[in-house]
Design a protein around this ligand. Structure first.
Ligand SMILES: Cc1cc2nc3c(=O)[nH]c(=O)nc-3n(C[C@H](O)[C@H](O)[C@H](O)COP(=O)(O)O)c2cc1C
Length: 352
């Protein structure tokens, strides 16, 4: 097995083990994907990645982080995705949508305005989370039980729209300090009802959402999840790798096929914790202890490094973000470097 061995999840076969990691582009209006997203995602499909994952895509307007993020809660957004999905398919790549809700990490300005809080007067909204928490100098309100039920419905509706738009798979963004993570990590979740307190209670919202989604999407469609394997916080209530292993077991039992092990989201990760392949051990531990397929993400930048992760069985996919911004042809270049055959778009054959 190597970087260019195909892999099958349910009935979805990827031609290689390289995925484009979700990356917010802050380039949308009204949540609608446009030419930028077509070129951004399409270029990496042309460049040979087997799986293209969209940036985090909100299931409701209050699930956005900024007004420039993508959404899939209405017909216009759903329809605009189709062209991108078709183009990726024409390149013999597969495409998954990352469904997301920002929870308390919403109502922010554009990164060019340093992501400062966006007030209601400026077009922002009141942010809510598992518990009343100060996220960006603004206290998020606590979601009521009725609102939690509504959130699940938002995810189910968005999943149905994703299937309609032709996506091959759906990834739930359950990491990076966003909504699901705000529930499963006790750092944020201080609730005393059935959605807070014990481990089982804190993972309940994510597990119930998965159960509801699994009921409505096709049986043969794989369901993926990205989690924060650790909080990178040294307090007693912080989420740990052991917690992630337990969570992964439950997700697997409930029909999740694949987990990308990322990390953090509530605080800046200290520099000494970030080095090439720094989160690979998380993917390896989750894979080994639960048997679920995993994706390794974080400072994977070289063909040999990526191939070793797959050959050693530490993960089933390498999920690569910034290196594919630097080099949209990372997959083709990797095949060349490692001496393997790979498909090159016929239009570009004279160059490679
Ligand atoms: C510009 C940018 C936007 C990102 N947006 C998302 C996102 O929408 N969803 C997500 O799960 N991770 C997002 N991430 C995190 C990446 O997917 C990835 O986990 C992280 O950059 C580490 O991988 P890398 O070292 O290969 O870049 C983003 C990263 C960058 C650089």
């Amino acid at each position: 097995m190597n970087l260019f061995s195909p892999i099958t999840l349910r009935n979805l076969t990827l031609k290689n083990r390289i995925a484009l990691s979700p990356m917010q582009q802050y380039s949308a209006k009204n949540g609608i994907p446009n030419n930028w997203h077509l070129v951004h995602l399409g270029s990496r499909a042309v460049g040979g990645a087997g799986l293209i994952l969209t940036e985090c895509t909100a299931v409701a307007p209050e699930g956005l982080a900024t007004l420039y993020d993508l959404g899939i809660w209405n017909d216009e957004q759903q329809n605009a995705w189709k062209n991108i999905v078709n183009f990726v398919h024409e390149q013999d790549a597969k495409i998954g949508i990352q469904l997301w809700h920002s929870g308390g990490k919403g109502s922010l300005k554009h990164p060019n305005e340093r992501m400062k809080p966006l007030s209601v007067e400026e077009g922002g909204w009141i942010v809510k989370s598992s518990s009343a928490t100060d996220f960006h100098g603004v206290i998020a309100e606590e979601f009521t039980i009725a609102e939690i039920q509504k959130l699940k419905t938002n995810f189910v509706k968005a999943a149905l729209r994703a299937v309609e738009a032709g996506f091959d798979t759906i990834e739930l963004h359950a990491g990076h300090g966003y909504l699901f993570h705000q529930f499963y990590s006790a750092v944020i979740n201080k609730r005393t009802d059935e959605y807070g307190g014990s481990f089982d209670n804190r993972i309940r919202f994510l597990v119930e959402t998965i159960q509801e989604i699994r009921k409505v999407i096709p049986e043969e469609m794989p369901l993926l999840a990205r989690i924060s394997a650790v909080d990178y916080i040294e307090t007693e209530d912080a989420w740990t790798l052991e917690n992630s292993i337990e969570l992964s077991k439950v997700l697997k039992e409930n029909g999740v096929d694949f987990i990308t092990a990322s990390g953090g989201g509530f605080t800046n990760v200290s520099k000494d914790k970030v080095f090439p392949g720094y989160q690979v051990p998380f993917a390896a531990a989750i894979k080994e202890q639960t048997g679920i397929l995993t994706g390794a993400v974080g400072m994977i930048t070289e063909a040999g490094q990526a191939n070793t992760i797959i050959e050693n069985g530490q993960a089933d996919l390498v999920v690569i973000a910034r290196e594919q911004l630097r080099d949209p042809y990372f997959a083709i270049h990797s095949a060349k470097e490692l001496g393997w055959e790979t498909d090159i778009p016929w239009q570009y054959k004279r160059a490679f």
